[in-house]
Ligand binder design. Structure first.
Ligand SMILES: [Zn+2]
Length: 107
């Protein structure tokens, strides 16, 4: 499992670029305001799908969490799509990359 610190690309701080790191999850949590962690889940047909969970250092409301547009750290083309709700104020939505996920399903 990897984590991906997020960097703002615009001045509103809503457009985010993710970069793979070799930090421990604990370090990423302390050092980054926002980071993604990957999770792999199997669907009903046994296909593996990669998801990203958004983690925030500062507490976020659902509305705050929804404003982000995050570039996929794997392909840098896709914009991550939210597929799961926020768990709490720090563990936010679950995301999937439509571009990467499409390649994976058709393989
Ligand atoms: Zn992607």
């Amino acid at each position: 499992m990897a984590n991906y610190p997020l960097h703002c690309l615009n001045k509103d701080g809503t457009l985010l670029n993710a970069q793979k790191s070799y930090y421990s999850d604990e370090y990423a949590e302390r050092m980054c305001n926002l980071h993604l962690r990957d999770e792999v889940h199997k669907d009903d047909r046994g296909n593996m799908h990669k998801y990203f969970r958004l983690h925030a250092h500062n507490p976020h409301t659902i509305e705050m969490a929804l404003q982000y547009e995050i570039h996929c750290p794997e392909c840098n083309q896709g914009i991550l799509k939210q597929v799961g709700r926020c768990l709490n104020f720090n563990e936010l939505g679950l995301y999937v990359c439509p571009v990467c996920d499409k390649h994976r399903t058709h393989r």
